[in-house]
Design a protein around this ligand. Sequence first.
Ligand code: AMP
Length: 430
Amino acid sequence: MATFRAPRGTRDLLPAERPTWQRLETLAADLARRYGYRQIETPIFEESALFERGIGDVTDVVEKELFRVLPSRGEERERWALRPEPTAGIVRAYLQHGMHTLQQPVRLTLLGPMFRYDRPQAGRYRQFWQFDVEAIGDPGPAIDAEIIELAHRFYTEAGLTAVSARLNSIGDAICRPGYLATLRAYFEPHAAELPEEERERLATNPMRLLDSKDPRMAALVAAAPRITDHLCAPCAEHFDAVRRHLDTLEVPTVLEPALVRGLDYYSRTCFEFYREGAEGQQQALGGGGRYDGLVELLGGRPTPAIGFGLGLDRVVLALAAQGVASVPMERPAAVIVGADPADTPTRLRIATNLRAAGFSARADLAERKLARQLEGAAREGAHFAVILGDELAGGQVQLRDLEAGTQRLVNLADLPRELSRAQRQHHHGA
Ligand code: AMP
């Protein structure tokens, strides 16, 4: 029947699914508030150059997955791209609005859709949602642990069990070059056996070989030199301190020496979250790291920063996999029904008054038999029906408890109070 379908890699989040999402959105906003992060919104599209520079030309996200926007006219052809991640836009806003003059760190949070033009599959979409948190202007290590603990708390309070943080340090501009040379020297003798894509990376960005999804690489990667054995003293000290703080905060962590972010502006701490037993490629629940070089790269003064992005689509999938019940749709407190079509204005007014008092109320506006109207109210799961009948002349209506099947006469003026009381009894009885 339908001529059009949602584009490949996108989904409609239907009314039955939204309450579960809403719960996660509320949790994200509340956690961010508790930890002192302020909300920011940035445009869903930015100049492509921001992502090319800010994320890096040689990452998959930019090389293959950037969702470019082609306006139908004007000079701006090809200049824009949908955001594949929020950090670049947030740092752009930090600089544009002079947030470096505020007290540092500036703690910012954003929740919204991201876009990557990748091959869609289970858990990988072209439009997906992230809960993102960034602390700009603090070199750590304490804030690194604080932010990782915040992410971990999100999963726990969402209801996921057995989520742990995989943790690594990727060094800094002092120690990484030496490590890269060691890594290149390690892989070079195997260059001929490497898959073509990996061979190219060996020249441009050898750390990305560690990140390879190619099963032929697994053994070679497992035996590769580890960055944590090549950290300079300040980086090693930073990493030790992050781990100590995480122990203090009781965040379960697993050291993961192959966890890398192959970009120059990333430094030191990086992390990713998985649920035990669900550690496949499309199952990372979130990730983040320190990006001490990014602010400078985008034109600011050298400014240390750290952040994470959690994938809400994946969290929803993980909750379902874990058997956590989805949040039911809200049921109306009351449906206002009546046999006499001439009562419609009164039904509307009563519904309006109840809504003004904060209730979810619906007037049955279809002109149909009372029994049909009551059936409709029951099918919607309404707690109560307000029934207009002959008593209306005396300013009274029947308040019918649809679950208990009982009803009683109440004064119209008392309806909100009576409804509150009846609802409270419902909750206690339930
Ligand atoms: P990344 O910036 O790639 O580390 O992504 C951060 C998090 O966003 C990941 O850990 C996933 O939870 C989620 N994510 C990334 N890409 C996708 C995608 N295409 N579809 C769904 N979730 C994604």
